[in-house]
Design a binder for this molecule. Structure first.
Ligand code: 5GP
Ligand code: ZN
Length: 112
């Protein structure tokens, strides 16, 4: 838990979120500013700053987060989706608690 981290506050329940899934390791909630019809974030309960801070001890957690993406995307009615992990300020990361974006629905997503 990092006291000034917004996602730690969501994990702790002190900031509300539209939760889609939760277990001992992970919480999943809708992005507050969705970029597609469906846009949710897969967030570990453990505070880890970014993908660049991950080490081998986080391997199973990262795998769990990725495997949740297709399961929850299907539950949200998505036939296809995009995953994104912004890493570091130059990579577009704004919240420094690692998370996987999952989004899709509506128009076919543009080629990146
Ligand atoms: P990043 O740019 O770090 O990859 O993405 C952070 C994401 O978190 C953004 O898409 C932003 O809309 C979302 N976000 C920031 N603050 C909150 C919040 O308080 N609640 C929710 N649900 N999403 C948030
Ligand atoms: Zn945090």
């Amino acid at each position: 838990m990092s006291s000034d981290c917004i996602f730690c506050k969501i994990v702790a329940g002190s900031i509300p979120s539209q939760k889609l899934y939760e277990d001992d390791d992970v919480i999943v909630f809708n992005d507050i500013k969705p970029i597609s019809k469906v846009h949710f974030l897969i967030v570990p309960k453990l505070h880890v700053e970014s993908l660049a801070s991950c080490e081998v001890q986080h391997q199973a957690l990262l795998g769990k987060m990725l495997l949740l993406a297709p399961k929850l995307a299907k539950e949200q009615g998505l036939a296809g989706f995009r995953t994104m992990i912004n890493t570091g300020r130059e990579g577009g990361q704004e919240v420094f608690h690692i998370h996987v974006h999952v989004f899709g629905g509506g128009e076919k997503l543009p080629r990146i």
